[in-house]
Design a protein around this ligand. Structure first.
Ligand SMILES: Cc1ncc(C[n+]2csc(CCOP(=O)(O)OP(=O)(O)O)c2C)c(N)n1
Length: 627
C-alpha cells in the first residue's frame, strides 16, 4: 500500500507535500507504473521518464484552471495518477477503462486529447491566444518530446508563437529517443546542447545551490548559470531565433530544480521553452536496457521485464520480410518509415539493405513527398505508414503522388481496428480517404501470403498503390517462396454458387473468416451462399459484383473499416451504376469514433460478426428455415 500516492485525489493534494515527501511520492509513482502497466501493457518507458516533470508541473501550476497539453499524450499516465484516476489505473487501456492517452471526456484535467505526434504546440498556442483574447491569466503549458520536434506541425507552431502570444510555456522533454533512437538534424542539435560539458557543470553547480539555498537567491543563481550557458552554445540558438526564451538544459529528474524553474517561468511575460533532459524508462532496468521495446508494449513481468514470446509472425514482420525479398530482386526498391522502424518491422529490413532504408522522423507528409521525389528518378519507394498516420499526408498522396501517377506504394499497417490504443490509432478511414483519388490501387489481403503477392503486384504496377493490413497476427498462412502478381481489380471467388442462390458475401481483407462463418451458418439453415474475397477496394471487380448480385437475392459486404465511404459503399455505387437493385447489407464500423478495447469484443458490440450479420440477413431469405 502506498503511503502518499493513495492519498492523492487531486493536484491540490500534491501541493500539500514537502520536498522529501514529493521524492517519496515519485518513487511510489514509479512502482505503481511498473507494476500496473505490467498487467495492462502500455507506454511504460515514456512515463517513467516524466515522473518528476509531471509532479513539478502539478506542484507549481493549477489544473484544470491552467492547461497542460501533452504531445502524443502517451506520457500522460503520471498526470492521470495525480488527477483523481489512481484507483482506476489498473483499467488503463482495458475495455471500459481509462484511455491510454489524454481524453477530454475522461477528466477536466485533460485539456486536449491526442495520440498523434506534433499537436501540442499548436493546440497550446490556440489556448494561449484564446486566453489572451478573453483577458484571462491562466497558464498554458505544452509538454513535447524531442521527437515531436521532428514533426512539421511543431515548427509551424514555433513560427507562429512569438507573433501571437506573450505568455506560453513549452517543456521540451528530451530523452534522445523517439520510439527508436531519434534521428535527424534537430536530434543532433539537441544532443549537442545536452552534452556540452561546460553546460552540464554549470548546471550541476546551479542545481546544488538551489538544493542548499532554495528561494530567491537560488533562482538568481539558476538564471545566471543559464545566461552563462546560453553564451556557450551561441546566439544562434534555434528557439531564440523563433522568439522563444530558451531555458536549460536542466536535469528533468531534479525535483527541487524543476519546481524552482517552473516558479520562475510562471512569472515571465514572454513565451519560453524549458529544455529538460530526462531518461526514458528511469527506475526500471529492463526499460533502460531496451529503450525501444519498453516505449510501449503488452503485459510483461514486472521483476524481469520479460514478455511472452508471440510465436506466429505478425503482418508487419511478413511485410518486412517480403519487402526484403523484393529489394533482393529489384535494386530500385527502397523502404521509408516515419519514425516507426519497430512498429512497421522495417528494422528487420534495414540490416539487409541499409542503403535503401530511410527513417525520416515523425514526418509523414515529408515521407510521402520524399518518396514521390525518389519515384521521379526511377526508384520504387515502399512507404510503411500506419493507416491512422497516413491521414496526415492526405494532400501529398493526392497532389504529389497520385496526380503525377508516381509508383509509390503505401503500406498501411494497422489498417482496421487497432484495439487497446483506441480511436486515435484505429485505422478505419483509409478506404474512404483514398478511394476517391484517381489512379490509386487499393488492396487488402485476406492473409499473410496474399500480402506478399499484393506487394509484388504493387511493385509491378506503374502507378501508385496502397495496401492495408491489420495489426498483429493473421491466419498464419504459409508465405510462398516466390510471390505472384495478382490481376489488378480481380476478386477471388472462394465459394461459388449457382444462379438463383440466396446470398453473395463479399469480404475485404481480414474479415474473410467471418464471411466464411456466415456462409457456413447460412448453409446450415438451408441457404446457398457464395463467398468472394474482394482483394481490391479500388478498382472494384465490377463484373464479379454484377454476376453474383444477379445470381443471388441478397449481397452482404464485410469490411474492417467505417461503412461511410468504405468498401460496402463502393459495392453499392457499383450496383447502382450497373442498374442492379439486389439489396445489400453492409457489415462494418458505424459512423462514430470507436472506443479502445479488445478487437473481438468491440466487433461483437458493433455487430461485425457472422452472428450479427445472420440476424440482419434472415429477414431477406427466401428459403430460410423460419424466415
Ligand atoms: C503522427 C504520428 N506518427 C507516429 C506516431 C508514433 N509515435 C508515438 S510516440 C512516438 C515517439 C515520441 O517520441 P517523443 O516525442 O520524443 O516522446 P518520448 O516517447 O520519447 O517521451 C512516435 C513516433 C504518432 N503517435 N503520431
Amino acid at each position: 500500500m502506498s503511503e502518499y500516492l493513495s492519498k492523492i485525489k487531486s493536484p491540490a493534494d500534491v501541493k500539500r507535500l514537502g520536498l522529501i515527501e514529493l521524492e517519496r511520492l515519485a518513487e511510489e509513482i514509479r512502482e505503481r507504473l511498473i507494476t500496473g502497466v505490467a498487467k495492462t501493457g502500455g507506454h511504460i518507458g515514456p512515463n517513467l521518464g516524466v515522473v518528476e516533470l509531471t509532479l513539478a508541473m502539478h506542484y507549481v501550476f493549477d489544473t484544470p484552471r491552467d492547461s497542460f497539453v501533452f504531445d502524443v499524450s502517451h506520457q500522460s499516465y503520471v498526470h492521470k495518477l495525480l488527477t483523481g484516476r489512481e484507483s482506476r489505473f489498473d483499467t488503463i487501456r482495458q475495455p471500459e477503462g481509462l484511455n491510454g492517452f489524454m481524453l477530454r471526456t475522461e477528466s477536466e484535467h485533460d485539456s486536449f486529447g491526442a495520440g498523434h505526434a506534433g499537436t501540442a504546440l499548436s493546440a497550446a498556442l490556440g489556448m494561449a491566444v484564446a486566453r489572451d483574447m478573453a483577458g484571462g491569466n491562466e497558464h498554458i503549458v505544452a509538454l513535447a518530446g524531442d521527437a515531436a520536434f521532428t514533426n512539421g506541425i511543431s515548427f509551424e507552431a514555433l513560427n507562429n508563437i512569438a507573433a501571437q502570444t506573450r505568455r506560453m510555456i513549452i517543456v521540451l522533454n528530451d530523452n534522445e529517443w523517439s520510439i527508436d533512437k531519434n534521428v535527424g538534424a534537430i536530434a543532433e542539435y539537441l544532443h549537442k546542447i545536452a552534452t556540452s560539458q561546460t553546460y552540464i557543470s554549470l548546471h550541476d553547480r546551479a542545481t546544488g545551490l538551489v538544493e542548499k539555498i532554495g528561494g530567491k537567491a537560488a533562482r538568481h543563481i539558476v538564471r545566471k548559470a543559464e545566461e552563462a550557458a546560453k553564451g556557450i552554445v551561441g546566439r544562434g540558438m534555434i528557439f531564440e531565433e523563433f522568439g522563444l526564451e530558451y531555458y536549460g538544459p536542466i536535469d528533468g529528474h531534479n525535483l527541487p530544480l524543476l519546481i524552482e524553474t517552473f516558479r520562475v517561468l510562471k512569472q515571465l511575460d514572454r513565451p519560453v521553452i524549458l529544455h529538460a533532459i530526462t531518461q526514458k524508462g528511469r527506475g526500471f532496468q529492463p526499460a533502460l536496457e531496451k529503450q525501444k521495446k519498453f516505449h510501449g508494449l503488452g503485459p510483461y513481468d514486472p521483476a524481469t521485464g520479460e514478455t511472452k514470446p508471440t510465436g506466429q509472425k505478425t503482418y508487419s514482420e511478413v511485410f518486412a520480410e517480403s519487402l526484403t525479398k523484393l529489394a533482393d530482386i529489384d535494386d530500385k526498391v527502397v523502404a521509408i518509415t516515419a519514425a516507426m522502424p519497430n512498429g512497421t518491422a522495417l528494422d528487420l529490413f534495414r540490416p539487409h539493405h541499409p542503403n535503401r532504408y530511410f527513417d525520416v522522423g515523425i514526418a509523414e507528409e515529408h515521407a510521402v513527398l520524399f518518396a514521390a521525389g525518389m519515384a521521379t528518378k526511377g526508384f520504387r519507394p515502399f512507404c510503411a505508414i500506419y493507416s491512422t498516420f497516413l491521414q496526415r499526408a492526405f494532400d501529398q498522396v493526392v497532389h504529389d503522388v497520385a496526380l503525377q501517377e508516381l509508383p509509390v506504394v503505401f503500406c498501411m499497417d494497422r489498417g482496421g481496428l487497432s484495439g487497446d490504443d483506441g480511436p486515435t490509432h484505429h485505422g478505419l478511414f483509409d478506404i474512404s480517404y483514398l478511394r476517391g483519388i484517381p489512379n490509386i490501387v487499393h488492396m487488402d489481403p485476406k492473409d499473410e501470403d496474399e500480402l506478399q503477392d499484393m506487394m509484388f503486384t504493387a511493385l509491378r504496377h506503374s502507378g501508385p498503390s496502397a495496401i492495408r493490413y491489420p495489426r498483429g497476427i493473421g491466419p498464419g498462412s504459409v508465405v510462398k517462396e516466390k510471390p505472384v502478381a495478382l490481376e489488378i481489380g480481380r476478386a477471388e471467388v472462394i465459394h461459388d454458387c449457382k444462379p438463383n442462390s440466396d446470398v453473395a458475401i463479399f469480404s475485404l481483407g481480414g474479415m474473410l473468416p467471418e464471411a466464411e462463418r456466415l456462409a457456413a451458418m447460412l448453409r446450415k439453415e438451408g441457404c446457398s451462399a457464395a463467398v468472394i474475397n474482394a482483394r481490391f477496394a479500388k478498382p472494384l471487380d465490377h463484373e464479379c459484383i454484377a454476376r453474383y448480385a444477379r445470381r443471388c437475392s441478397l449481397v452482404v459486404t464485410f469490411e474492417d473499416h467505417v461503412l461511410a465511404g468504405g468498401f460496402g459503399s463502393a459495392v453499392l455505387e457499383s450496383l447502382a451504376e450497373q442498374g442492379i437493385d439486389t439489396p445489400v447489407i453492409r457489415v462494418g464500423w458505424p459512423d462514430q469514433f470507436i472506443e479502445h478495447g479488445k478487437v473481438e469484443s468491440l466487433r461483437a458490440k458493433y455487430g461485425l460478426t457472422a452472428e450479427a450479420a445472420l440476424q440482419r440477413v434472415r429477414p431477406h431469405l427466401r428459403h430460410a428455415v423460419g424466415a
